[in-house]
Design a protein around this ligand. Structure first.
Ligand code: DAH
Length: 346
């Protein structure tokens, strides 16, 4: 009798201690099952007191209920403490440190050819030129015929030109941007001041030639456009592109669609004129072709050569980019190797 009451007290104390040392929710549930759950030790004692006298049963029953209530409330208190600790631990791990520096996206940069192209275009726009384009798959007529390049001209050779199959030999990948002169003059009356940038194609490949490269064409037609205007314009352009100090020269040359024709050389940017491998010891670098538009070209577009004169020029963008950055192999510009490309300013 006293035995049963003492046992309830013992179990109550042991249960409270076990609850106290429980670390997790499942520890707690295990303690509850062992001491005061439906099949716990305290319930087992209650079953064994059935045979005792009523007074005893009441006393022990009351003690057992009291013990169970104390254990229940200790259980609830501990459970909420454990849950609170778990929440704090979890939120501590999940917390966002707003002072950490962000991860910047890898910023791309413009390709040196695009940049050089953009600078050439911007320079001529400042000088009053507007921009026009034309197709890369071009008619023989625009690429050659109307530019006064006769059928037997070496530029028409299969060695230099990509012909498009099955179109009666009438279509080519344009070999230069000059056909845009013809297309523009067909569409507009003078005065015109136009530049025409774009990709061009030639069957050619070595350290200074790529089968696809870029040119910027330019031309102006007016009542009194002269060779002096052309010289002044291109001198200004070279100063804007390569700096005011760099000497340049106009050297007589030949193009079928200009008369007279010239090529512009700048003082070698590598050796400053002393002579080196890049300028082939001449001290000069050729950067563009130009001239007064041949009156026979006007004949193709219906401009009156008695009323109008014009000048034209054309330059290779890769060549200018290579000279400005001291790049010795044109293929570097097309390999898309980031170790090369990331050396250029964004
Ligand atoms: N179209 C020529 C070429 O690809 C470059 C050129 C030379 C363009 C003289 C011109 C010019 O407009 O006047 O080699």
């Amino acid at each position: 009798m006293t035995d049963a009451a003492g046992r309830v007290q013992e179990l109550s104390d042991a249960g409270l201690r076990a609850l106290e040392s429980a670390r997790t929710e499942s520890d707690l549930l295990e303690v509850k099952g062992r001491y005061f759950g439906k099949k716990g030790a305290i319930s087992e004692i209650l079953k064994t007191v059935a045979s005792l006298p009523v007074e005893e049963k009441k006393r022990i029953g009351a003690a057992a209920n009291e013990a169970r209530a104390a254990l229940e409330s200790a259980f609830d208190a501990k459970l909420s403490r454990i849950r609170e600790q778990e929440r704090v631990a979890r939120e501590g791990k999940e917390r966002v440190d707003v002072t950490l520096p962000g991860r910047a996206p890898a910023a791309g940069r413009r390709h040196p050819v695009s940049r050089t192209m953009g600078e050439i275009i911007a320079t001529f726009q400042r000088l009053g030129f507007s921009v026009r384009g034309g197709p890369e798959i071009e008619k023989d007529y625009y690429n050659f015929e109307a530019l006064n390049i006769p059928k037997d001209h070496p530029a028409r050779d299969m060695q230099d030109t990509f012909y498009i199959d099955g179109m009666g030999g009438d279509l080519v990948l344009r070999t230069h941007t000059s056909p845009i002169q013809i297309r523009t003059m067909e569409a507009m009356r003078p005065p015109v001041r136009v530049i025409a940038p774009g990709a061009v194609y030639r069957c050619d490949s070595d350290v200074t030639h790529s089968p696809m490269f870029h040119q910027v064409e330019g031309f102006a037609v007016d009542r009194s456009a002269t060779m002096a205007d052309l010289k002044g314009l291109l001198t200004e352009f070279c100063r804007m592109m390569f700096g005011p100090e760099l000497p340049l020269r106009f050297r007589p040359s030949y193009f079928p669609f200009t008369e007279p024709s010239a090529e512009v050389d700048i003082r070698c940017v590598i050796c400053r004129g002393a002579g080196c491998r890049v300028c082939k010891t001449s001290g000069w670098l050729e950067i563009l072709g130009c001239g007064m538009i041949d009156p026979s070209v006007f004949g193709f577009v219906g401009y009156d050569p008695e009323t109008y004169t014009g000048f034209a020029f054309g330059m290779g963008v890769e060549r200018i980019a290579m000279l400005r950055h001291g790049i010795s192999d044109i293929r570097l510009l097309f390999e898309n190797d980031l170790r090369f490309l990331s050396q250029f300013q964004p």
